[in-house]
Design a protein around this ligand. Structure first.
Ligand code: ADP
Length: 196
């Protein structure tokens, strides 16, 4: 089993790289951003709560995203592993994930952080906003707020996984293939450590 937390600020390229990793390693892609957008599109109870928060650049409630992830893990029990994309995003989410996984005989293999300078992140998100129509990608103030939320609530996860000896970092700038190559090298490293 290979269970990777793909980590990085908004716009770091997690979704793009997750799609390639899923194909190469035959994993299930669990993106809480995609799940929340799906809830919003279906006007569910979760969707109604999440919509306003997301459009303002705030995080959805921890209990909501953890519940969604738990459901998906149950549904895909027989898979070869998971790529967690955009989850966990807070320390409470990471703790809940760590306590939930052993119930399914799973553990996190490691966390890989994609790093990119802030101006590059803002530029990428504004470009994505033009193509995707995503409301949270269209306004620079909201984007800067998301990055501030990332620094305050999400970045502490680096220390959390480092304390477990499970954190690696790789450059999120360069060609998509170059970044992918470096990510695969990081995965091999994590595998060696976890299987040693
Ligand atoms: P990005 O590419 O900006 O990282 P995502 O698609 O991962 O975007 O997430 C979009 C929005 O959905 C986030 O800004 C946040 O409001 C919400 N969201 C996604 N994942 C989580 C999570 N794990 N916890 C709380 N909110 C989340």
């Amino acid at each position: 089993m290979l269970n990777i937390v793909l980590f990085g600020a908004p716009g770091a390229g997690k979704g793009t790289q997750a799609a390639k990793l899923v194909e190469k390693y035959n994993l299930v892609h669990l993106s809480t951003g995609d799940m929340l957008r799906d809830e919003i599109a279906r006007c569910t109870h979760h969707g109604l709560i999440a919509q306003q928060l997301i459009n303002n650049g705030q995080l959805a409630p921890d209990s909501m995203v953890v519940e969604m992830i738990a459901e998906k893990i149950k549904t895909h029990k027989a898979s070869e592993g998971f790529i967690f994309d955009g989850f966990p995003r807070t320390i409470p989410q990471a703790k809940m994930l760590d306590s939930m996984l052993p119930e399914h005989g799973l553990r996190i293999t490691g966390m890989i952080a994609l790093s990119a300078p802030e101006d590059e992140l803002v530029h990428r998100l504004l470009c994505r906003g033009k193509c995707s129509g995503r409301a949270d990608d269209q306004n620079e103030e909201i984007i800067r707020n998301r990055i501030a939320v990332y620094h305050e609530k999400t970045a502490p996860l680096i220390e959390y996984y480092a304390a477990q000896g499970k954190h690696l970092s790789t450059k999120g700038v360069g060609s998509i293939d170059e970044i992918f190559h470096n990510l695969c090298a990081a995965i091999e490293k994590l595998r060696q450590v976890c299987c040693a």
